[in-house]
Design a protein around this ligand. Structure first.
Ligand code: FAD
Length: 534
C-alpha cells in the first residue's frame, strides 16, 4: 500500500499531510524542505487521485509586471461580489510564480514554449503535473501512505491538533499517526456527483477540521455546476465559451452561456433537454483547444462526436466546494486555522480570499492549491519544531459516522442517496429560493440525525460512513449559510433575493455540528441560530 512497505501499528512524524493532490504535495514538499519529517496520507493514490490528477488545469500564472498583475486582480473582483482581498491575491500571484518556476527547474515539468522559446506556464496537464509532484515528494523522503484515508483528528489536552487516526484500506486496520502539526489538503466536496476525478472529494477535510473546533467561511458559495456531455464526467466549462446552446428541436436556447447564462441552461434542464455545439471556434481555436486540453476530446472521440460540427446533449454536474469557494476559514497568512496545530490548504480551505464568491475554477484554484499548500506545509514544519508534544494525552475527536450514539442502523449508501436528493437538483442549489432551500435543509438535518445516531462500519465501510457524514455536514453548512445570505452575490443566486445588497458585503462564517451557526466575519452583525435557516 505504501512506498515504504514496512510494518507498523502507529507512526510518528513532525508533519502529517492529509491528501495528496496539488495542495497536499506542495505542503509535503515545503514541510520537508524546512527540515520536517513528513507523512502524507491519501485515500486514493497520491499523484492519481483528486480533481487535478485527471484533468488539465489553467493556473493563475501572471508575469511579474505591475500592469498585468493589476488587471489579473481586477478581473474577478466584481464577479466575486467584492469579497476577495487584494493582499492575498498579490501574495498568491507571487507564490504561484515562484512555484511554477520550481516546477520547471526542480520537477522539470515540460511546459510548452512559444514562438520565442519562452515557456508558457499558465496551463498544466494534471496527470503529468501530479506524477512529477509525487516524485518530488518521494525524493525529499516523505513517507506516502496511499489508500489510507484520515478518519479523524487527534488533539492533546490543550486542544492542539496532534495527528490523526487513519484506515489502511488494504488490511482494514485503523492506525494512529501522531504529529506535531497537521495540514488538511483533502480537497473540497462534490457530493459524488460523478464529475471527473471528484468522487474522492467528499468534504472529509472540513468535517475533520470542524470536529477539532475550526470554523468555515463562504459555504454559501458552493453552487458550482459545470457543463459535461450527457452521460460523461468531463466537465470543462471554459471550452463551452465557443458553444451555441440549443433546444431539442434545434432552435437556439436564448441567453444560455458557459459563464453568464449557465442558469438559463439549469432552468431549461429542469424540464427539458439542452444541446451544445462548439460552432463558434475558428479552425485556429480548434487546433489550440485540442493541444491545450487533449483529454477534453477523448470523450467526443470515443462517442464518435465532432463537437465543432455535431450537436450533442449536455448536462450540468455539481461541483460543490471543488469549484465553489467555501471551506475551512484561514486565520493567518501561513494558512493556519483557528485551531492550534491545524493548517488548511487547497479546496479544503476557503478560496474567498482570492475569488470572493465567484468560482476559483479555470485558474485561481490551481494557484491557490500551490500557494496555500506551500505556506501551510512550511508553517506546519515550524509549528511542529517549536511545540512541546504530549503524546500520552491524545484523544480522537471524530463523531458522526465513527461513534454513533446508538446501535448501527443505517447504511452509508442510503445516506449518500438522501444527501444527493437534497443537494444536487438545480432548483435546490444552483438557482436558490427559500421555498426549496428550507425543505432540503430539513432533509439534511434528518440525514444528520440518522448518521449521528446509527451510522458506522468496519474496514472499508467505516471510511465510507465517514464520507457520508462529511457530505451530510457539508450540505447542512452550505444550505444554512445560503439561507442566511438573503441577497444574490457571486455564484450564490437567490430567486427570492435577486439583487446584491451592499449591507451584506461581508464574508459569512459557519460552523457547528449539532447546532449550525453563521455570523459575518467582522462580527459586525450576528445572525441568531434561529435565523432563517432554523
Ligand atoms: C474537471 C475539473 C477541471 C478543473 N479545472 C481547473 C482549472 O482549469 N483551473 C483551476 O484553477 N482549477 C480547476 N479545477 C479545480 C482544481 O482541480 C482544484 O481546485 C484542485 O485540484 C484542488 O487541489 P487540492 O489538492 O485541494 O484537491 P484535490 O486535487 O481534489 O486532491 C485532494 C486529495 O485528497 C485526497 N483525500 C480526500 N479525502 C481524504 C481523506 N479523508 N484522507 C486522505 N486523503 C483524502 C484525495 O484522494 C485527493 O488525492 C478543476 C476541477 C475539475 C473537477
Amino acid at each position: 500500500m505504501s512506498d515504504i512497505g514496512h510494518d507498523y501499528t502507529s507512526l510518528s512524524a513532525d508533519v502529517l499531510v492529509v491528501g495528496g493532490g496539488p495542495a497536499g504535495t506542495w505542503a509535503a514538499i515545503k514541510a520537508a524542505q524546512a527540515g520536517a519529517d513528513v507523512v502524507l496520507v491519501d485515500k486514493g493514490r497520491c499523484g492519481s487521485s483528486g480533481a487535478t490528477a485527471s484533468v488539465g488545469t489553467g493556473i493563475w500564472y501572471v508575469e511579474d509586471s505591475p500592469g498585468l498583475r493589476e488587471a489579473a486582480m481586477a478581473s474577478r473582483e466584481t464577479l466575486g461580489g467584492h469579497l476577495a482581498d487584494r493582499e492575498w491575491m498579490a501574495r498568491v500571484l507571487d507564490e504561484t510564480y515562484a512555484r511554477m518556476d520550481e516546477l520547471a527547474r526542480v520537477q522539470r515539468y515540460p511546459f510548452p514554449v512559444d514562438a520565442d522559446g519562452r515557456q508558457i506556464r499558465d496551463d498544466l496537464q494534471g496527470p503529468e503535473y501530479m506524477r512529477r509532484q509525487r516524485i518530488g515528494v518521494q525524493r525529499l523522503g516523505v513517507r506516502i501512505l496511499d489508500h489510507t484515508p484520515a478518519l479523524e483528528l487527534l488533539v492533546d489536552a490543550d486542544g492542539v491538533v496532534s495527528g490523526a487516526r487513519v484506515l489502511d484500506r488494504q488490511t482494514g486496520q485503523v492506525l494512529s499517526i501522531t504529529a506535531g502539526a497537521v495540514v488538511l489538503a483533502a480537497g473540497g466536496c462534490a457530493f459524488q456527483s460523478k464529475t471527473l476525478g471528484c468522487d474522492v472529494n467528499t468534504g472529509d477535510g472540513a468535517l475533520l477540521a470542524v470536529e477539532a473546533g475550526a470554523e468555515l467561511s463562504g459555504m454559501e458559495f458552493s453552487s458550482a455546476y459545470a457543463i459535461a456531455p450527457l452521460g460523461t464526467s468531463l466537465t470543462k466549462t471554459a471550452y463551452y465559451s465557443w458553444a451555441t446552446f440549443y433546444h431539442a428541436d434545434g432552435s437556439v436556447l436564448e441567453g444560455a452561456g458557459s459563464t453568464r447564462g449557465r442558469s438559463v441552461i439549469a432552468r431549461t434542464l429542469l424540464t427539458g433537454r439542452v444541446y451544445a455545439r462548439l460552432d463558434r471556434a475558428t479552425p485556429d481555436v480548434q487546433r489550440a483547444m485540442r493541444k491545450g486540453q487533449p483529454n477534453f476530446f477523448l470523450v467526443f472521440d470515443r462517442l464518435g462526436i465532432d463537437p465543432f460540427t455535431d450537436m450533442f446533449e449536455i448536462t450540468l454536474l455539481a461541483e460543490g466546494t471543488v469549484r465553489g469557494t467555501g471551506g475551512v476559514r484561514i486565520t493567518g497568512n501561513d494558512c493556519s486555522t483557528s485551531v492550534p496545530g491545524l493548517y488548511a490548504a487547497g479546496d479544503t480551505a476557503t478560496r474567498e480570499l482570492i475569488c470572493g464568491g465567484f468560482t476559483g475554477g479555470g485558474s485561481h484554484n490551481a494557484a491557490w492549491a500551490a500557494s496555500s499548500g506551500s505556506w501551510a506545509g512550511h508553517a506546519a514544519a515550524g509549528f511542529a519544531a517549536r511545540r512541546v508534544r504530549r503524546p500520552d494525552q491524545l484523544r480522537p475527536v471524530g463523531s458522526a459516522g465513527i461513534r454513533p450514539a446508538g446501535a448501527p442502523t443505517h447504511d452509508y449508501r442510503e445516506v449518500v442517496a438522501e444527501v444527493q436528493r437534497a443537494v444536487l437538483p438545480y432548483d435546490h442549489n444552483y438557482v436558490r429560493h427559500a421555498n426549496k432551500l428550507r425543505p432540503a435543509l430539513e432533509a439534511l438535518h434528518q440525514a444528520w440525525s440518522a448518521v449521528r445516531d446509527g451510522l458506522t462500519g468496519a474496514g472499508e465501510d467505516l471510511f465510507r460512513a465517514r464520507e457520508a457524514a462529511a457530505m451530510t455536514a457539508h450540505g447542512r453548512w452550505m444550505f444554512h449559510a445560503a439561507l442566511q445570505r438573503t441577497e444574490t452575490r457571486g455564484m450564490h443566486k437567490r430567486l427570492d433575493y435577486p439583487q446584491q445588497d451592499p449591507a451584506q458585503q461581508f464574508r459569512l462564517l459557519t460552523g457547528g455540528l449539532e447546532e449550525i451557526w453563521t455570523r459575518p466575519e467582522a462580527g459586525s452583525r450576528t445572525f441568531a441560530v434561529t435565523g432563517e435557516a432554523a
